[in-house]
Design a protein around this ligand. Sequence first.
Ligand code: IDP
Ligand code: MG
Length: 154
Amino acid sequence: MERTFCMIKPDGVQRRLVGKILKRIEEKGLRLSALKLIRMTEAQARELYSVHEGKPFYETLVKFVTSGPVAVLAIDGAYTVKVLRNLLGATFGQEAQPGTVRGDYGCSKGFNLIHGSDSPEAARRELPIFFRPDEFVEWTPADLSWVYEEPERS
Ligand code: IDP
Ligand code: MG
């Protein structure tokens, strides 16, 4: 089982797209193991995007993600990093394919609605920035055996 980190950014919350985005995640077969609405601190934003420190968009990005509430979530399942990244689409809204969250709802570079960890290592680094260990809920969805083949379930 793989756990990944996902965040609906301030533009997604302000545009009241949280429900629509969660619907896509759930319908895909992914399962939530943590979910909360927060106003992230500047320190959390800097830590989340530390790999981009020094890039031209870094300061604007930190301002953007601290400018309003965000929904943070943990997602469990098989191949969740890849599955979620495919569901988000390419980074920039104007390039993202229709059918993806960014492709269907955004036209901007920076305001691209949603974040997903880009590797299992990144997920392991990003999740503790927002969640304590006791905030993850372990559970088995009733339809698990119809979402994954047996070898994929462990
Ligand atoms: P990702 O979110 O698809 O992983 P990254 O390259 O890791 O994309 O960039 C992190 C975030 O920084 C993007 O989601 C976007 O909000 C913002 N960003 C990246 N490049 C640019 C840019 O050239 N202009 C404005 N914002 C950018
Ligand atoms: Mg990234």
